[in-house]
Design a protein around this ligand. Structure first.
Ligand code: FAD
Length: 261
């Protein structure tokens, strides 16, 4: 049980788990209460804390960052979380139930926000696994992607069940009059999606651009990349050789990365 205040040097509030949605045994959406005054921009992450049962260090809270999935104006805070067998935080989360409490660090953080990107025509949002989360927040928040004429959301997962929020995303794409293309990719279940393979390979071959009906060029495309480190490293190489510029402190760029581990 978490009680406030705690001995760590962190500002935090204790929030209640309102909903757990299981996409698959290892991919969950978690919704918690949102404290008054908690502000974030789509793309930000929050640090969540759980008390761990450690006989040697009683009262220890373990903290991990998670991208916020909710719209900026939502009453609650949603997160999309991959459960890792043996993971210190997520294996503890796996035994949590609705109504239990966890800690939320008081400030949302991060640089994975569209204001880091220079002006451009098209926004490509590329994700593996739970890396989809920040884009759902961006798409749910009215007006935040207004400046882009076309939006391409690519979500690569191993299994069909991992296509979290697919119904919502298809509905958003359907209602967008062609402005949003939602392109899911399932790599391990054959025949579920028309595209199969890793995102960098599908971009190298041009299949992804053909499916989207949108070219990927430094002159008019802006790219956000979120997910596992091999993917983000490969995408950085792919985009760099094509003239995309990183976002640096105080300087906008044309490619932006969030690395989950
Ligand atoms: C800015 C930021 C935002 C993040 N947002 C999310 C998010 O929205 N959803 C989410 O699920 N995770 C997110 N993460 C990762 C998350 O913070 C934890 O690292 C992850 O949940 C594992 O925590 P753990 O304590 O269970 O495992 P640990 O005991 O900390 O780690 C086990 C090891 O597994 C590796 N690892 C971490 N995540 C994965 C993974 N998904 N698959 C395979 N190996 C992994 C790491 O090398 C880690 O050292 C984010 C990370 C960062 C830095």
């Amino acid at each position: 049980m978490l009680t406030s205040p705690e001995p760590l040097q962190r500002q935090f509030t204790v929030e209640r788990i309102e909903r757990l949605q299981y996409w698959s045994p290892t991919l969950w959406s978690l919704r918690i209460t949102r404290p008054q005054g908690f502000r974030f921009q789509p793309g930000h992450y929050a640090r969540l804390g759980l008390s761990i049962h450690d006989a040697e260090k009683p009262g220890t809270t373990i903290w991990r960052p998670y991208s916020i999935v909710s719209a900026a104006a939502d009453d609650g805070l949603d997160f999309l979380i991959t459960l890792l067998p043996g993971g210190a935080f997520t294996s503890q989360l796996a035994s949590c139930a609705v109504g239990q409490s966890l800690a939320l660090e008081s400030a949302a953080l991060g640089f994975f926000v569209v204001s880091q990107l220079s002006s451009g025509e098209d926004l490509w949002m590329l994700a593996t696994g739970a890396g989809l989360g920040p884009y759902v927040s961006l798409l749910r928040t009215e007006g935040v992607l207004q400046r882009f004429s076309r939006l391409v959301l690519v979500h690569a997962v191993r299994h069909a069940a991992d296509l979290a929020y697919a119904d919502e995303l298809y509905a958003l794409a359907g209602a967008s009059g062609g402005r949003l293309r939602y392109l899911p990719i399932v790599t391990c279940d054959p025949g579920v999606t028309s595209l199969q393979g890793r995102i960098p390979a599908l971009l190298s071959s041009g299949e992804l651009q053909a499916e989207a009906g949108v070219a990927l060029e430094a002159a008019h495309s802006r790219v956000m990349v979120c997910g596992n480190p091999d993917f983000t490293a490969d995408m950085r190489k792919f985009l760099s050789v094509r003239g995309f510029q990183p976002c640096r402190r105080g300087l906008v760029g044309s490619m932006l990365f969030e690395n989950y581990w």
